[in-house]
Design a protein around this ligand. Structure first.
Ligand code: URA
Length: 236
């Protein structure tokens, strides 16, 4: 059981510095079970704790795990260089909690992006040893041929890679669309593999990570949701 004072609880959830949180509490902005809590030193068990702040009900979360349906024209970095950051699509509390993307998608790649403030989880998921398969829907500039699919499955040599990289799975969907599953997460991997196999990637969407499917989350582009235990279990 973890017991924390109310000001520490608010701070841990991304509502600002300890002082800012104390002010919010003193101003009567926080209530629990419909009762205003204006004592910042009041202590609560954080398990399943819900509180209301700014007319919104918040569930205490030690860490947050988020899925976002990333639109195009957005960078995954918190300090982007050419396009708005993915953080602009999320509530400010996540910025305060120092949420980071788990791996990156290119600015023009759309689809499933995970973010978290759990550094150990992020590290584990991003590690090259953790071969969680990622499924992409790629639209190609040139028509897809049987040779292209074969080359992607056999493995293609990328510049700077010691050995050829192969797709775990590769299936044609339409004349210019294919689904490709990768076990690694190398820089621009899908685009570079398609180019090395003699085609060109015109559009790219990540449609699943492990067994977590973007479609099952029902998120429109730009929308996000929390991931709960059962959904996190699909990532292994
Ligand atoms: N492969 C790419 O080329 N780009 C991405 O954003 C993800 C995988």
């Amino acid at each position: 059981m973890t017991k924390l004072s109310l000001d520490r609880i608010l701070q841990s959830q991304g509502f600002g510095t300890r002082n800012t949180c104390r002010q919010l509490i003193r101003q009567g902005e926080v209530s629990i079970d419909g009762v205003v809590m204006d004592d910042e030193r009041a202590v609560f068990d954080t398990a399943h704790l819900q509180f209301t702040l700014f007319d919104e009900v918040w569930l205490y979360r030690e860490h947050v795990y988020i899925a976002l349906n990333k639109p195009g024209g957005i960078e995954c970095s918190r300090r982007p260089s050419h396009h708005p950051s993915v953080m602009t699509l999320l509530p400010d509390v996540f910025r305060q909690r120092e949420v980071q993307a788990i791996g990156r998608l290119d600015h023009d790649t759309t689809g499933l992006l995970l973010l978290t403030d759990d550094g150990a989880f992020n590290h584990r998921m991003s590690s090259p040893k953790h071969h969680v398969p990622k499924r992409y829907l790629a639209t190609t500039a040139e028509p897809i041929t049987a040779e292209l699919i074969e080359a992607l499955l056999d493995g293609v040599q990328l510049h700077d890679e010691p050995a050829p990289l192969a797709a775990v799975e590769c299936v044609q969907v339409t004349g210019r669309q294919l689904e490709m599953v990768l076990a690694q997460g190398k820089y621009h991997q899908v685009k570079r593999m398609l180019a090395a196999a003699g085609n060109h990637c015109a559009a790219l969407q990540r449609i699943s990570i492990g067994d977590l499917r973007l479609e099952a989350l029902g998120l429109a582009e730009g929308e996000w949701c929390y991931l709960e235990e059962n959904q996190l279990a699909l990532l292994n």
